[in-house]
Design a protein around this ligand. Sequence first.
Ligand code: NAP
Ligand code: GLV
Length: 312
Amino acid sequence: MKIAFSAAVGADERAEWLQVLRAACPRHEWLEHWSPGQAVDVAVVANPQPGALQGLHGLRLVQSLWAGVERLLQDPTLPADVPLARMVDPAMNVAMAETAAWAVLSLHRGFFDYARQQRETRWRQLPQRRAGTVPVLVLGLGAMGRAVAARLAALGYPVSAWRRSAAVDVPLPGVQVLHGQAALAAALAGTEVLINLLPLTPDTRAILCAPLFARLPRGACVVNFARGGHLVEPDLLAALDGGHLRHALLDVFAAEPLATDHPFWTHPRVTVLPHVAALTDAHSACRVVAANLDRVERGELPWHLVDRGRGY
Ligand code: NAP
Ligand code: GLV
């Protein structure tokens, strides 16, 4: 098959991706450039520039190397009738669970406070609480949310997880699964650490806002590992500065890279990560891509298709 590769990344990263993709899928012809109307079977993309796939003919699948596909879905030139698959990679899920474990342990045990104390050469022991007294709420119970909820429950935290549907699939021991606005409101009132792992859709945009923060108890912490568009930044700063929220851990931002003069960089109760909570692992992602290319070749439905109506 002919595969078009499009990625909004630097030249070195692009070359690296192509090398790993060609090695994982050597039977296919990988194209970096194409002319208008060129026949191509599949496009493999990493957060491409809007319009990047315009003019391709005969596409049977657009395969994203990213888990979140909101930018692709906002591209009016993305052919409406072509299936879109997103990246669901066990290695990425594990990476996200590790980052979440670090985040919750650090917030619960006060390690960000100790880092601040070190900068102030201050020796002060904080109370040491048990994990079982720190309730965590995960927004989103998809590939990432499930891995995170399971890891945190295994560490002894009381974990709830909120999803859109009432579907019951493989049970997660120690995780209370919630859906609906009333259940969310009730859970927020008893949450100490809130972790966002929702996809960015019209329903979830700006969900991390003043009314939601007001439902959290005083001293709660907010972790955003999903997308910057979920967060109303001035509302978060107001909730931190007013003393209602204790700490925010942010990996994703409305504008990335985060501007050098953004107040998050220097806020004493904000921890900034440069969108690294779960990077795509090229080697395992290429195996996921190879499996979907095989399915397209055999005329089967690809895995992990996005429901464009729902937006994820
Ligand atoms: P996913 O498998 O599509 O799961 C999405 C979850 O969110 C599902 O449980 C879904 O509910 C729930 N959901 C969607 N809309 C909702 C709504 N309106 N109300 C309540 N729940 C809703 O996605 P994923 O693979 O876990 O990834 C989640 C997001 O993480 C991605 O979209 C991306 O933005 C972000 N991400 C970030 C990084 C990073 O490094 N920071 C890396 C990878 C991904 P149902 O179960 O009922 O469908
Ligand atoms: C990263 O944020 C992804 O969506 O893969």
